[in-house]
Design a protein around this ligand. Structure first.
Ligand SMILES: Nc1ncnc2c1ncn2[C@@H]1O[C@H](COP(=O)(O)OP(=O)(O)OP(=O)(O)O)[C@@H](O)[C@H]1O
Ligand SMILES: [Mg+2]
Length: 254
């Protein structure tokens, strides 16, 4: 077969070289050797998505502390990547301002009693808090602060999907990872805003890995390990087959 033209569709995600170099320098100073860089959302996808989901079309959203990173796979390949500058820290800060309490206390209350859907919280439920003064706090008032932020996050995610032309490509729905995915109600807000099924992305459990690491907040870290292992194994296999072909070529020539 003879061809005269070769075409390829590529999705390229880039970052500032100096930002990447600073991260590598930090890791090196902590005694770690960096083999290569990978986008956070692609790393999280590595250990949470199935091959079927990537084929049908899926959006992985990693909700971190300061940003939420997304990647869309369609027909097995990356079709869209983006970062939305809203993360769990924004939810916490909203609570700290709304309830007039220190950020550390707001963070604890969010983790223990937070919910992103007001109507999921029983109307009469209350907790007693000591700061700023001893008082009873309605659990619904916590959700009333968290829900608009969750909706805002999903609004920007939807806008990004629209700009990327992939809103209709999510046959397998949306998978949430990152610490922010632990907030009860996030799946409901995702489903109602994006109008696709949503699930939490639990990383696969590697051998010798403690059970408490099987948690959506560790998806990026575990995905990075898997990715590094897989690329090393692939390169080693490629090197071996290249050497075998070279040996065969020399044996045939001499
Ligand atoms: N149980 C929980 N309920 C609600 N939010 C939680 C819970 N556990 C952790 N979080 C939130 O998750 C966020 C941290 O998530 P994660 O560890 O994925 O972020 P990160 O990777 O450090 O941040 P980034 O990706 O922005 O650099 C924090 O804002 C924290 O409040
Ligand atoms: Mg993160």
């Amino acid at each position: 077969m003879v061809g005269s033209r070769l075409e390829v569709d590529l999705h390229i995600a880039t970052c500032s070289g100096s930002a990447l170099q600073s991260t590598v320098t930090c890791a090196n100073r902590a005694g770690l050797e960096v083999s290569e860089g990978i986008l956070e959302s692609i790393a999280a996808a590595e250990c949470t998505l199935s091959a079927d989901e990537r084929e049908l079309g899926v959006c992985l959203l990693d909700i971190g502390a300061h940003s939420s990173d997304l990647v869309v796979f369609f027909e097995g390949a990356v079709a869209h990547t983006a970062s939305v500058p809203i993360g769990g820290a924004h939810f916490t800060n909203d609570l700290a301002i709304g309830l007039q309490m220190p950020v550390a206390q707001a963070e604890e209350i969010k983790r223990q009693y937070g919910n992103a859907v007001v109507t999921s919280v029983p109307q009469q439920a209350e907790i007693e808090i000591a700061n700023p003064q001893p008082q009873m706090l309605r659990l619904r008032s916590i959700a009333e602060i968290l829900e608009p932020r969750a909706r805002e996050l999903m609004y920007y995610v939807k806008e990004s999907l629209r700009q990327g032309g992939v809103v209709e490509a999510l046959g397998a729905g949306c998978v949430l990872t990152g610490g922010g995915a632990m907030l009860p109600g996030m799946l409901d807000v995702t489903e109602s805003q994006l109008r696709v099924p949503a699930r939490t992305g639990m990383p696969v459990r590697l051998s010798h890995m403690p059970g408490q690491l099987v948690h959506p907040g560790f998806a990026v870290a575990i995905g990075m390990l898997l990715y590094a292992h897989r690329t090393r194994a692939t390169r080693a296999a490629e090197d071996n087959s290249f050497r075998a072909r070279l040996r065969a070529m020399f044996a045939a020539t001499y």
